[in-house]
Ligand binder design. Structure first.
Ligand SMILES: [Zn+2]
Length: 87
């Protein structure tokens, strides 16, 4: 069972890493030394026994092309449309 949430972090140069992040901790890219900025929280959110981001519980329908995509995305990977914010 994973109890910490995973976050996608991005360096200013564009490199991305996934980290089970702690609050109030600054993360630095080990290759470039750049400060990493959190850009999204990954599904499934903690606490969870699943590490499967493609499980049905973690997908939603795109409001443009009606294809399934991950809930944590803001751009549809199928049609590149802007997804509506999750409430
Ligand atoms: Zn779409």
């Amino acid at each position: 069972m994973r109890i910490k949430d995973k976050y996608r972090f991005r360096a200013p140069s564009g490199r991305e890493v996934i980290i089970e992040a702690e609050p109030d901790v600054r993360y630095v890219d080990h290759e470039s030394g750049e400060l990493l900025v959190p850009v999204s929280r990954l599904t499934p959110v903690a606490p969870t026994g699943s590490e499967l981001p493609w499980a049905v519980d973690n997908l939603r329908f795109c409001n443009h092309c009606d294809q399934l995509c991950q809930k944590d995305l803001t751009i549809c990977p199928t049609c590149s449309g802007q997804l509506e914010p999750m409430l």
